[in-house]
Design a protein around this ligand. Structure first.
Ligand SMILES: NC(=O)c1ccc[n+]([C@@H]2O[C@H](COP(=O)([O-])OP(=O)(O)OC[C@H]3O[C@@H](n4cnc5c(N)ncnc54)[C@H](OP(=O)(O)O)[C@@H]3O)[C@@H](O)[C@H]2O)c1
Length: 215
């Protein structure tokens, strides 16, 4: 599948590793074309099953079937507005955690979420899915913590779009957990905030992951 990742930073790298491990074609876009090109080279060095990566400029990129906004909260909304009709029919993955300025709460205040705000600014035909916001960038590179594959919690209102995202997750060796409608993004963003808080309190080095233990 053709996937565009906008943002070639920590998360663009982590998710990119999983996607090319799963045999997907990734196009990377960043404010810095050089950063996108450097990451594309890294991903091509580890790609499996025919996966590959390339860099492109936002102005000329042909968006893939799936568009991942791997940028901060605020920048994701701006991109949603800027891309506008180009997102029609696309699966748009929101990974943002809308932390407040002091990193001890959510700027969305619990009454909305980054993903819900994104859904308000993109065309009605764009299918916004929340995913990857509870997985730390460093853990995505290998896809596991101590040999245990990461869980990726997925929320969205379009069942087919969630299945597409779940497929990408499992292709990359991770475990997909359907958390329900897009409304659940509020809890997923809260879970990520708790995860970040624990890293700092317990000095965990952003090397842990949330796992749903099943019978
Ligand atoms: N880091 C994590 O472990 C983690 C985990 C879960 C979720 N998240 C979420 O993932 C998102 C990205 O985090 P990150 O750690 O990957 O951030 P990051 O390392 O700063 O990467 C973001 C990249 O996107 C670029 N960018 C910003 N706006 C852009 C635009 N309009 N067009 C093209 N490129 C643009 C940035 O360029 P500039 O440097 O020029 O701005 C930067 O290279 C955030 O919303 C965060 O809450 C992060």
């Amino acid at each position: 599948m053709k996937i565009t990742i906008i943002g070639a930073g920590n998360m663009g790298r982590g998710i990119g590793h999983r996607l090319v491990a799963g045999g997907h074609e990734v196009t990377l876009v960043d404010n810095s074309l050089e950063a996108a090109e450097t990451l594309a080279k890294e991903l091509n060095g580890v790609a499996q099953k025919g996966g590959q990566a390339e860099a492109a400029a936002l102005s000329s990129v042909a968006l893939g079937d799936v568009v991942i906004l791997a940028v901060g909260y605020g920048a994701n909304l701006e991109l949603g507005k800027q891309l506008g009709q180009k997102l029609e029919g696309k699966v748009v993955i929101d990974i943002a955690n809308p932390l407040n300025a002091s990193f001890d709460g959510l700027a969305t205040g619990g009454t909305t979420s980054s993903a819900e705000e994104l859904a308000k600014v993109v065309p009605a035909g764009a299918k916004v899915v929340k995913a990857f916001n509870t997985t730390f960038a460093g853990t995505l590179v290998s896809g596991n913590v101590g040999g245990t594959p990461l869980d990726v919690f997925i929320a969205g209102d379009d069942e087919a779009a969630k299945k597409v995202v779940a497929g990408l997750v499992t292709d990359g060796g991770l475990v997909a957990v359907d958390a329900g409608p897009l409304l659940r993004s509020r809890e997923l963003e809260g879970l990520a905030l708790l995860g970040i808080t624990l890293q700092i309190r317990l000095n965990l080095g952003f090397a842990t992951a949330w796992k749903l233990v099943r019978p």
